[in-house]
Design a binder for this molecule. Structure first.
Ligand SMILES: Nc1ncnc2c1ncn2[C@@H]1O[C@H](COP(=O)(O)OP(=O)(O)O)[C@@H](O)[C@H]1O
Ligand SMILES: [Mg+2]
Length: 500
């Protein structure tokens, strides 16, 4: 089964043709041989009869003046041996000119002593070849007649030669025709395979799946084997397509549900916060013990609002909502984000590095969302590290990308958390994160936003056990080139005018 079907089919055809031709050739050669020998034998018997008649009483063989006795009607090459009184009287053969040529002693010896019982035998005459011979008795004296098998052998060998030639030609023609026909018959299979390969190259793992290309109808007609394969493949594609779109539809429903739920939760949360604030601002109206509780209600409602906002944002990013597309200067965003972080965390040391000659770092995207990415990373560096930690933030152009790096020398991310860091709700389960407003959604959001901008975000981190501890987040976004193509410039200009 290792060889391609194509080759196996051709080999099978060739082997079949070869077997049939060989069988036919052998059988027909055997039939021809036996009929030629029958013919020779009947000629031999006729010759023997003629020899017998002429050897009868009367003017005998060699008995005189006329030279050797030749019975009339004998064919060229016929050997005759006449005996008289038990001794060889005359032995010879007829040559082409009808002359009687004597046999030599060795040849006579080969014929001498054969039983004269009328049975045809094959004998070898030295120098003359193979003969069929028959001995009969005439009035007491034997007569031996023999005829050469050379003609029969010649006919047979030229017949076999012709057969071998014809068989070789037949096999060659069959091989050629089989190759062409099999190739033509199997070509549609290649096209079906190509169609299947095309499907494997489609990105079916995410997003909405458009119509998957099918095998062309001509290759999926039910009449042929290839057509059945094509039809089965189309059936499979149809099945996969409807399964994927059903799945996509149910995913969309879940996303819509999360988005709607988050959205619906915002209004009651705003009310809770509003009322809590109202109560807190009039301390005389409530007992002192309730003031603390109201403060907690307000704080938790604020935390929940953040969570609900994060969920809503993630649901929208999941749904692939188009982001704003405008040129954004990341250098400016980095400066703002570091300033904000400094204000929020004065106990940390904040360092900013935009290179020796700071220039705008332009990317195309949604400014508010990109601000959020930086705020999440710097917020993490502030919240998840102890005071006194230094945080370095840098921005630079690297090849076709703008790279922003946020590095701290804090305690680092535990190894088991690193692999799932960008997944939703993954966070180190420390007392600090449980109480400190940690949701585990910040990095998932940063990742989703950066991916929506066709960029990537990566983490490298070490804990104290692995050496000098610290964490580095690297954001990579495709840079907006300085001289955009006209189409791009027009689009940017259009987007810019929309901005307030
Ligand atoms: N700079 C950092 N140093 C140490 N741990 C970090 C750092 N940034 C993130 N982490 C860890 O990654 C977890 C996930 O972060 P994030 O997705 O922003 O969620 P959250 O900040 O709400 O906990 C955090 O809970 C924290 O354990
Ligand atoms: Mg965070």
């Amino acid at each position: 089964m290792r060889h391609p079907l194509r080759r196996r089919l051709v080999w099978t055809v060739v082997a079949l043709v070869l077997t049939v031709t060989a069988a036919l050739a052998v059988v027909s050669a055997l039939v021809l041989r036996s009929s030629l020998y029958d013919q020779l034998d009947s000629q031999l018997l006729a010759a023997a009869d003629r020899a017998k008649e002429s050897a009868g009483p009367g003017p005998g063989f060699g008995s005189g003046e006329g030279g050797p006795h030749v019975p009339p009607g004998q064919a060229t090459g016929t050997v005759e041996v006449y005996y008289e009184d038990g001794a060889v009287e005359q032995a010879g053969y007829l040559d082409e000119s009808g002359e009687f040529q004597p046999l030599d002693d060795a040849q006579v010896a080969a014929l001498d002593g054969l039983p004269c019982d009328g049975v045809i035998r094959t004998v070898e005459l030295p120098g003359l070849g193979t003969f069929r011979s028959v001995g009969t008795m005439t009035g007491g004296d034997p007569v031996v007649t023999a005829m050469s098998t050379a003609d029969v052998a010649g006919t047979l060998s030229s017949y076999v030669g012709l057969e071998v030639g014809l068989a070789a030609a037949g096999v060659a023609v069959a091989a050629g025709a089989a190759t062409v026909l099999v190739r033509r018959a199997l070509r549609p299979l290649d096209r079906v395979a190509a169609a299947a390969r095309q499907v494997t190259e489609l990105p079916l793992d995410r997003g909405e799946v458009d119509t998957i290309p099918r095998v062309p109808p001509a290759l999926a007609a039910d009449g042929t084997e290839v057509g059945r394969v094509g039809a089965a493949l189309n059936h499979l594609i149809g099945h996969v397509e409807s399964a994927l779109s059903a799945r996509h539809e149910s995913e969309q429903q879940v996303r819509r549900f999360v988005a709607d739920a988050s959205h619906e939760l915002r209004t009651p949360l705003a009310s809770i916060r509003g009322y809590a604030e109202l109560v807190r601002r009039s301390p005389d109206a409530v007992p002192a013990s309730a003031t603390h509780a109201i403060g907690r209600v307000e704080a938790e409602a604020g935390r929940m609002t953040g969570l609900v906002d994060d969920l809503l944002l993630l649901a929208r990013l999941d749904a692939g909502r188009p982001l704003e597309r405008a040129p954004v200067d990341l250098a400016g965003l980095v400066v703002d984000a570091v300033a904000d972080a400094h204000a929020a965390g004065p106990d940390h040391a904040w360092r900013l590095d935009l290179g020796p000659s700071p220039a705008p770092l332009l990317v195309e995207g949604d400014e508010a969302r990109l601000r959020q990415v930086l705020a999440n990373l710097l917020g993490n560096a502030r919240v998840h590290t102890p005071s006194g930690t230094t945080v370095w933030t840098s921005g630079r152009l690297s090849g076709d990308d703008v790279v922003v790096e946020v590095r701290d020398d804090g305690p680092g991310v535990p190894a088991e958390l690193r692999r799932v860091l960008f997944q939703r709700f993954s966070r180190a389960d420390t007392a600090r994160s449980r109480t400190g407003g940690s949701t585990g959604l910040g990095l998932a959001i940063a990742d989703a936003i950066v991916q929506a901008h066709r960029g990537s975000v990566a983490v490298a981190s070490r804990t104290a056990a692995e050496g000098a501890s610290g964490t580095t987040f690297t954001v990579r976004l495709p840079a907006l080139t300085a001289g955009p193509q006209p189409a791009q410039r027009r689009r940017s200009a259009a987007a810019a005018t929309v901005e307030p």
